[in-house]
Write a new protein. Structure first.
Lengths: 310, 479
């Protein structure tokens, strides 16, 4: 038994928290990458905005797009609903209304993270403390994940949480691929002699570097990075890995016949992608299609579990 | 390390100390520990407790500028101690009181023998704002209407424990009893190891058992729901806490629907699911817009039909508030004698009822020596304390009494007992009360102790957390 209203709050709580974690990973890796690139190589912070989203809101409020402006907007700006601090605050509000279905320690983990992010907000902007701040957010999200894995029955609340988490995570992976990987593919072969550093940056955006290396032989290569992040089902942050987990969650929730077709559509899109990507524009477009399919799944979940319950 | 100094005021009863400063027997271990620890260590434990409260998210909600603000629960590290032998008498007195009150409510909604026999005045019922005509003839299981109550107890200067009021509608605070204990066990682990302090944790299981017992006939494993007004209610934390502890669904009015079969269902992701028992934390005027306030969005249309058809149990039963009234309160000792043929084990505070001309005149003549209370408000609003009020406040209250005498009662100003409390780096005596929680179903259960509320401001008698009150853990200690 899971109330529709509670289900909706749980699902969004999971999405907010995954968003906070993924944004923290992307900003952390981008900061590391930029510091590595030599002067003269284009080092704009704007791709970060393109990955995380919120370009229009950012432009409306900012005349400049310098590092501090962008990082503050993405990490520490409470008026940006998608920032790390806002996502954590929203997740906490959602968990406050779902405490009765989650282990008590789950609430404490999120509450701790909220107290920390609202107290030490500024340290998320300052370059010297940024990595520490973002790593703490990631660790706290992992702590919550551990509480749920280790303490929670595999009930409807658990599956719904995982579903929200996987949809948000897959969405972020498509953005990293659609923006960062696609722009690298589109660069003329001789334009940038720091190619492998940039591809490491792509992997690190979703903390996939080490797992990628363990799964491949030889040096980093763009096409195999893309195929790893798209197709490697054994990696929990790849699109295929996320989609597989969405399917198993929905199969254990009521009325799978109403929701699984949306997952079939996602899988069909994925299956139609070329095994080796070479064209940046085509990659960007297919990531857009995947995002639309994820949005369709999101509406289908809402309709099935919240809206259509009379 | 300096010894902590505990002092008390000579004309008040202190819960831990005799007037000469010697500890009362049940508090001896605690007082010794406090003195050995010293102020600095005690303050450190207080600070740790406050960190725990923030980290555990133990909050209550207050309203300010039209917004609900989530505040950390105010807690004082120094517990209040009650000797087990005294407690056993209080416990029996509370059970006795609630038995009589429940018989009164059931009688009021049926034959009204109590009125026919001349024990309770008919016109008081006619004018009661808490009497629900819609409940007449309803038959809640076991004849019990007030399943969960939280009576407020206060102790006067001579040590007598009085019942100050019976909260029969949606009394709150029990979650803090359990949370305070969890925190106080950390702060005083050695004392818990050394002496026998009654555990409080069983309350939620007893609550679960009692609520389950209310299920309609033939339902072996009832689905229980806690009905909350929502996240902006001051007691939302508690609603959520209790739902967690008893494995109930925490529902809002919008989550429930009454079907054509007059059964109550909740909207789940798998469709509608039957609910058998509702522990409602919504005032009864708001539970069913078909019957009561039609502008209520907190309730469920048709809930009263389902209840009267016996398809769902509601705790507390709609209409139970008829006995939660500072006017009815004045009759409780008579009700105990009438229904149980017993003498009350716990005394009432002497109460003047403004509805009677002679008692009203006494109140008007002695208003400066009395606490004057509106009969139907809760939370301490509208109450004035005669010897502390300004002339204007007194005059306003007199005008209110003359305009609507039934709505006012008055009581002598009790010299509320104190307990040593950590305030701004010193231990100071502060006034306290006690709210035990009583469960009534086929049998009765009383929480071990209850919520001790403390007026943190010097000299203040107002213990409500919404108005600057704090709380203490309450230890029932076997001597």
């Amino acid at each position: 038994m899971l109330l529709s209203r509670v289900a909706d709050n749980l699902y969004w709580g999971a999405r907010y928290l995954e968003r906070a974690e993924d944004t923290a990973r992307v900003v952390r890796s981008f900061t590391e990458l930029i510091l590595d690139l030599p002067l003269g190589v284009a080092s704009s912070w704007e791709p970060l905005l393109a990955v995380v989203g919120g370009r229009d809101e950012f432009d409306a409020g900012h005349a400049r797009a310098a590092e501090a402006d962008i990082v503050r907007f993405l990490v520490a700006d409470p008026s940006n609903g998608g920032s790390v601090v806002s996502s954590v605050a929203s997740a906490r509000e959602n968990l406050r209304t779902t405490r009765e279905v989650l282990p008590r320690d789950a609430w404490q983990a999120v509450n701790d993270m909220y107290l920390f992010t609202s107290r030490d907000t500024e340290s998320g902007v300052d370059r010297r403390t940024r990595a520490r701040f973002l790593s703490r957010v990631i660790t706290d999200c992992q702590r919550l994940d551990g509480v749920l894995s280790g303490m929670m029955r595999r009930d409807q609340a658990y599956e719904l949480w995982r579903l929200g988490q996987m949809i948000e995570r897959a969405d972020m992976t498509t953005r990293v691929l659609g923006v960062r990987a696609a722009s690298l593919l589109s660069m003329p072969a001789d334009a940038d002699d720091h190619d492998e550093v940039q591809w490491m940056g792509v992997l690190r955006s979703v903390t996939a570097m080490q797992m990628y290396q363990r799964s491949r032989r030889g040096p980093i290569d763009g096409a195999s990075v893309i195929s790893f992040l798209l197709f490697d089902e054994t990696f929990p942050r790849s699109i295929a890995g996320c989609v597989q987990r969405m399917r198993s969650a929905l199969a254990r929730l009521p009325r799978p016949e109403a929701t699984l077709p949306a997952v079939d559509a996602l899988e069909a899109l994925l299956a139609n992608l070329p095994a080796t990507a070479t064209d940046g524009t085509a990659l960007d477009q297919s990531m857009d299609q995947l995002q639309l399919a994820l949005a369709d799944l999101d509406s289908c979940v809402y309709d099935t579990f919240v809206n259509e319950v009379v | 390390m300096s010894m902590a100094e505990l002092r008390t005021s000579s004309d008040l009863w202190d819960e831990l100390l005799h007037t000469d400063g010697e500890p009362r027997p049940a508090a001896a271990e605690l007082v010794q520990q406090l003195q050995t620890l010293g102020l600095a260590e005690l303050q450190q434990r207080q600070d740790l407790a406050e960190l725990d409260i923030v980290g555990m998210g133990i909050t209550f909600t207050v309203y300010s500028d039209g917004r609900g603000i989530d505040r950390a629960w105010p807690f004082d590290i120094i517990p209040r101690v009650i000797a087990a032998d005294e407690w056993r008498v209080i416990e029996r007195g509370l059970v006795q009181r609630l038995r009589a009150i429940n018989m009164f409510i059931d009688d009021v909604y049926h034959e009204q023998r109590v009125v026919a026999d001349g024990v309770f005045p008919a016109d008081l019922l006619d004018h009661s704002v808490n009497f629900r005509r819609e409940c007449v003839g309803a038959n809640p299981k076991f004849g019990v209407w007030a399943h969960i109550s939280g009576s407020d107890l206060v102790r006067d200067a001579d040590g007598t424990m009085y019942v100050l009021e019976d909260n029969l509608r949606v009394p709150s605070g029990v979650s803090y009893v359990l949370e305070n204990r969890a925190i106080s066990k950390r702060a005083f682990a050695d004392l818990f190891a050394k002496q026998s302090i009654l555990p409080v944790d069983a309350y939620t299981d007893e609550l679960n058992r009692m609520l389950s017992s209310l299920a309609p006939e033939g339902v072996a494993e009832p689905t229980i729901a806690v009905l909350t007004p929502g996240i902006y209610n001051s007691a939302y934390f508690e609603h959520s806490f209790l739902a967690q502890r008893i494995g109930a669904a925490l529902v809002e009015g919008v989550d429930l629907v009454v079907g054509d079969d007059e059964c109550v269902y909740m909207r789940t992701i798998g469709g509608l699911e039957r609910v058998h028992v509702i522990y409602r934390r919504v005032d009864d005027l708001f539970i069913d817009p078909e019957v009561f306030r039609d502008d209520s969005t907190l309730g469920v249309p048709g809930l009263m039909r389902a209840w009267k058809a016996g398809n769902v149990a509601i705790a507390n039963a709609p209409g139970a508030g008829v006995a939660d009234d500072k006017v009815v309160y004045a009759w409780v000792p008579d009700l105990i004698r009438y229904y149980l043929h017993e003498e009350p084990l716990l005394p009432n505070v002497p109460t003047y009822r403004c509805v009677y001309p002679d008692e009203r005149q006494y109140v008007l003549d002695h208003i400066e020596e009395l606490v004057v209370k509106p009969a139907n408000e809760s939370g301490g609003y509208g109450l004035i304390i005669g010897n502390r009020a300004t002339r204007t406040e007194l005059d306003e209250t007199i005008a209110h009494i003359e305009a609507d005498p039934r709505n006012w009662v008055a009581q002598p100003i009790l010299a509320l007992s104190t307990a040593p409390t950590l305030c701004d780096g010193a231990i100071e005596p502060r006034h306290v009360d006690l709210r035990p929680f009583i469960l009534s179903g086929a049998g009765s259960y009383v929480s071990a102790g209850g919520l001790t509320r403390v007026a943190l401001r010097r000299g203040s008698l107002v213990v409500n957390s919404s108005q600057g009150g704090g709380s203490k853990d309450t230890w029932i200690v076997e001597a």
